[in-house]
Ligand binder design. Sequence first.
Ligand code: KAL
Length: 256
Amino acid sequence: MQIDLSNRTYVVMGVANKRSIAWGIARALDQAGASLVFTYVGERFEKTVQDLADTLNGDHYVLPCDVTSDEDLEKAFNTIGEKSGTIHGIAHCVAFANKDELEGEYLNTTRDGFLLAQNISAYSLTAAAKAARPFLADDASIVTLTYLGGERYVKNYNVMGVAKASLDASVKYLAHDLGKDGVRVNAISAGPIRTLSAKGIGGFNEVLKEMEEHAPLKRTVSQEEVGSTALFLMSGLASGITGEMLHVDGGYHTIG
Ligand code: KAL
């Protein structure tokens, strides 16, 4: 069955470059005929995101949005509401923690570092859903990205693991609140993929190697595989799924 998202608008938050999982999701949605809106933070990413978006087949535009600002979120979603009318889905692919807190002991996390990771990586989903709510279609689908490190200890993931645990719980509470509007909220737990986020972070190569050796599929997963899962969750094929965490990790989470 072919998924057709033509005449539907999806907001993709968090493309940083062509390796971003957000970009894999955007390409899958574009191939299904969707119109796309990209949000980015910081002038540094504006041109990259605009240039990437311009390679797509379908309608698209790009907007700045700092997820730590309610005002910015409201402004961005109001603009999207005005320009596109209804929003049929949001891909929330945003996370950040201070690099020096992504190594060593979690115990050393500072209060500021903890709150920063929670603010950008967890609360931003709730804040975006709140800002988007007036414009969400009655079958809209929100998808966020999480990681195994929120479910159990993963070396070096530290403060980000605790933020993902908070994000995972947010998915369930938001699924409940927005479910009465018909809106679904789900998370994809992706296996490790070499993105800009992962760049320069200690131990990433070992995590990839561990996947190749021990995951049931004996390999890592691709940006495209996460993209097609997001496309499924955004489509009517997943109309009965909400509050769910879908692992796209070659089965790695099943091993103990
Ligand atoms: C166990 C894994 C190894 C890596 C450990 C921590 C990864 C944390 C992800 C977090 C989002 C990374 C950062 O916030 C990096 C940031 O301090 C510096 N980088 C940046 O500012 C770049 C320029 C921008 C684009 O990055 C962000 N995030 O804004 C986890 C691995 C196996 C899986 C991963 C990488 C999971 C994940 O959450 O990304």
